[in-house]
Design a protein around this ligand. Structure first.
Ligand code: AOF
Ligand code: ZN
Length: 348
């Protein structure tokens, strides 16, 4: 449907500034004329419906109009007042919705409010891909997990043990920055911390900072002199998922979360409980393997670079193997200068 397509395009205009909030677009139409458009611009700001209504040249003109909105209008008073009420008060008599809101605070209640106030509601099935994590989180109480790695044409990530290899080019690097910008938390294991000494930040400055996580089975191996800990701030803290509290003094903005046996499953559960909708796992081979072996992931993003490292080099996955082949579906293929980006999704 033409107007819904327009609303969907509207929705992603300020992606990723909406952060944990859904990306939403709205278009108000009457007699085949577009009266106004609006989208959710920034986390905590007015909702798309309100922005569209506020963009009307005069509110009178919306009497009997139709609103196309990509997500079910809300009926709750949260950071902003309920949109469904404002829609009714504006005199809009038909609302076409792209997707029922998976957030239990709203889900179905917005539609109920509109219908009980004599607004005709039509629900389409046009889910917005940019809200995949939002949707997955509310439906499953789990973050959407993306595994990311760069590898050679023979599936290796480091040429020699204990040393970082430069693999992909600038375009793939930039693409990875976008991935980071669109996730709420990023996780690595101890080997990556030791070998790469990464910051795990968004280089040009994140709009909303990431929670950076390191998982370890031996907390005393941690060196707080690593860049990760040195760059910990209130906005972008570092969490250590550890087996026990360390002997050393923990720097500011570093939180130690103790559990004797961290697994991919209970990491995912913990993150869901604290409201994290998306997680990017950036390695290394043991941590990636743990998420694969436990089937705790939704998608894989890999950058393949034209190099061969050979048999002595570290492969993408090390550790316990799989019981049987795990089927993936190919979501996209993209060339980034000399590298190829492949995105796979879990198919079962
Ligand atoms: C948005 N933008 O355009 C729409 C939303 O915390 P609040 O008060 O901003 O409410 C967030 C919830 O409101 C969100 O999870 C979704 O259920 C509903 N609709 N949210 O941020 C919007 N339409
Ligand atoms: Zn709303």
């Amino acid at each position: 449907m033409f107007y819904m397509q327009m609303a969907l395009k509207e929705a992603v205009k300020d992606h990723p500034r909406t952060w944990k909030n859904p990306k939403v677009g709205a278009v108000i139409v009457k007699d085949d004329q577009i009266l106004a458009r609006g989208h959710h611009e920034i986390f905590g700001g007015p909702h798309a419906e309100v922005n569209a209504i506020n963009h009307l040249a005069d509110e009178e003109s919306a009497q009997g109009a139709t609103m196309y909105v990509t997500l079910e209008p809300c009926s709750h008073t949260g950071k902003t007042p309920p949109c469904a009420k404002m829609i009714v008060e504006t005199g809009i008599t038909t609302v076409v919705i792209g997707e029922v809101d998976p957030n239990p605070l709203v889900s179905g209640k917005g539609i109920e409010y509109l219908e009980s106030h004599h607004v005709k509601v039509i629900v389409l099935n046009t889910p917005l891909a940019a809200n995949d994590a939002y949707r997955f989180y509310f439906r499953n109480h789990r973050p959407l997990i993306t595994l990311k790695y760069a590898m050679t044409a023979d599936g290796r990530i480091n040429f020699s043990n204990g040393q970082r290899s430069r693999l992909t080019g600038q375009e793939a690097f930039n693409d990875n920055q976008d991935l980071r910008q669109n996730t709420q938390a990023i996780l690595v294991g101890m080997n990556t911390l030791k070998i790469d000494d990464p910051e795990l930040t968004v280089r040009n400055g994140a709009i909303f900072s990431l929670i950076r996580i390191v998982v370890t089975h031996n907390v005393d191996e941690i060196k707080f002199s690593n860049k990760l800990f040195q760059t910990a701030t209130k906005e972008s803290p570092v969490w250590v998922m550890a087996n026990q509290d360390p002997q050393k003094t923990v720097p500011e903005n570093v939180k130690i979360i103790v559990k004797s046996g961290w697994t991919a499953a209970n990491i995912s559960e913990y993150l869901a409980d604290v409201g994290i909708q998306s997680l990017l796992v950036e390695g290394g081979s043991q941590v990636l393997n743990q998420f694969v072996a436990e089937k705790q992931f939704n998608r894989i993003v890999t950058y393949v670079t034209p190099l061969l490292f050979g048999n002595q080099a570290l492969p993408v996955l090390t550790g316990i193997g799989l019981q049987e082949p795990l089927k993936l579906s190919l979501a996209s293929v993209e060339t980034l200068a000399n590298d190829v980006k492949l995105v796979f999704e879990r198919s079962n």
